[in-house]
Design a protein around this ligand. Sequence first.
Ligand SMILES: Cc1cc2nc3c(=O)[nH]c(=O)nc-3n(C[C@H](O)[C@H](O)[C@H](O)COP(=O)(O)OP(=O)(O)OC[C@H]3O[C@@H](n4cnc5c(N)ncnc54)[C@H](O)[C@@H]3O)c2cc1C
Length: 373
Amino acid sequence: MKFAIIGSGPAGSSAAYYLSKDGHEVVLIDPKGPNEKTCGGGVPSKSLGRFPEFYKDFIPAETLLEDMVFAFDGSDLCEISMPQGMGIFSRKNHDNHIFQKALKEGATYLQETFKDCERSEAGWIVKTNQQELFVDFILGADGAVSRVRNKLAKKLPREAYFKAIDYLVTHPNLPLHIGFDKKLNGYLWVFPRENNCSIGIVDFDDDQAQRMKFLDDYLARFNVPESEIVKKRSALIPSLRKQDLKEHEISGENWALVGDAAALAEPITGEGIYYAIYSSWLFADCLRKSEDYNKRWKSEFRLIVQEAHISRTSYKFLNRGFIKFFLKRSSLLRKMTGEHLAAFETGRTHRIKFFMSLPLIAVQALFSKSVKV
Ligand SMILES: Cc1cc2nc3c(=O)[nH]c(=O)nc-3n(C[C@H](O)[C@H](O)[C@H](O)COP(=O)(O)OP(=O)(O)OC[C@H]3O[C@@H](n4cnc5c(N)ncnc54)[C@H](O)[C@@H]3O)c2cc1C
């Protein structure tokens, strides 16, 4: 089959890799190619271990972090160990690595912009800013505000997204941490990387000016001059709610969506690189086995998506510092949080385990000393 894959981020490039490997003809279309996207670049170890075809020859040991620091109101710190660590990568390097694998498997790349598509007798006519292509199948991997999805499926409401801002800073020595603050309805991250640092906020509230002011004030604490802020960017991250799930279709006759275009991102953290690759793997697997991708997605992702409403309330607790008391005193709570961050333990099982552990967490909180870093 001949595929047009729109978007060469982790979803598009990994899909191009799997489909080319399976003998399909693949054209990857993206005006930018791999670039330094608006993103923290954090990839949990679950993803690194799950996809050795992309990561086994990529991860430099020094970019694997074993501990994450939680900061409350900018100062009160608590260290969380993550089993097997988390990689924090430059998106340009990360995406380029997967992109090159796809090209090596035989995919071709067009540096063009997808504009529109219409059905032809045999398949699709894909219209870019430069030409028309005839293909059998369109795979939309064009990110959170996907033109392919808006054309072929239902547009997502704004409420089904996290709102995010991200500053790319050249300052190399900022302290790695995730920040919680009562002014936020989400969280803040400071992720130092090889050559730069990503500092940003994901939040459910729609007040962009307030978010930027908060980040400007936060950066001022680290004495980062304006000249070291290379870019200030805003973006959306899908965070499906239960009500979105009912009508959310990610495939149809000779088309499908993967990654952010399919709105697949973790609802509590907003991390989507793992789901971008996973959904592409799932799509290719369904194609091989002649299974219905839409059905399989729903059965595999339903529980994750149902967490969305929980994430929206959990930030209220986290940001009000209520949880800080318990995190700093309970080693069990720190362990479970680390497992969640490393994405080894998520979903209903993790939730049940968490609720069953509450009495022990409470006992530890009452009788243990507070940890400090
Ligand atoms: C501020 C922020 C921080 C984040 N931090 C993290 C993190 O630390 N860890 C994590 O796992 N996830 C993070 N995410 C989420 C992560 O960035 C996405 O989930 C991930 O990039 C999804 O991959 P994708 O391939 O589906 O889409 P993308 O990476 O967005 O790729 C889409 C591609 O489509 C191309 N495209 C768009 N329109 C067209 C068109 N019309 N024609 C052709 N090509 C087109 C774009 O150029 C782009 O290359 C963050 C997101 C944001 C906004």
